[in-house]
Write a protein that binds this ligand. Structure first.
Ligand SMILES: [Zn+2]
Length: 111
């Protein structure tokens, strides 16, 4: 098991970026237009004028899908945290692929 100096440099770069990442919120953000429950509302007219857009945050919580609506100022505050989480997942995937390549190149397999 001997990572090349290039592989060691890659791992160090990933670790540096992970350490600098900050807060990370999981889930997906989507802007949604909705209809309400009032049959006389403009959102049920023809053509309909839907409500929104609402910033909908969806994520898994204890195996169940959870949805919350963020205000505009909440979105402004938390958008970087969602971006950080996406980057976190990319960096973890990169570190896993790098580690797998090193392990698979180990000459001691099948010995
Ligand atoms: Zn409505």
């Amino acid at each position: 098991m001997s990572p090349t100096s290039h592989q060691q440099a890659q791992a160090a770069r990933i670790a540096r970026e992970l350490a600098a990442l900050g807060f990370a919120l999981p889930g997906t953000l989507a802007d949604r237009m909705t209809r309400c429950g009032y049959a006389n509302c403009r959102c049920h007219a023809d053509p309909p004028q839907m409500h929104g857009p609402y910033h909908q945050w969806t994520r898994k919580k204890n195996g169940k899908t959870s949805t919350r609506i963020l205000s505009d100022d909440q979105l402004a505050d938390y958008q970087p945290w969602f971006d950080n989480h996406r980057r976190l997942r990319e960096l973890v995937a990169e570190l896993e692929a790098l580690s797998r390549a090193i392990a698979e190149a180990d000459p001691r397999w099948n010995r």
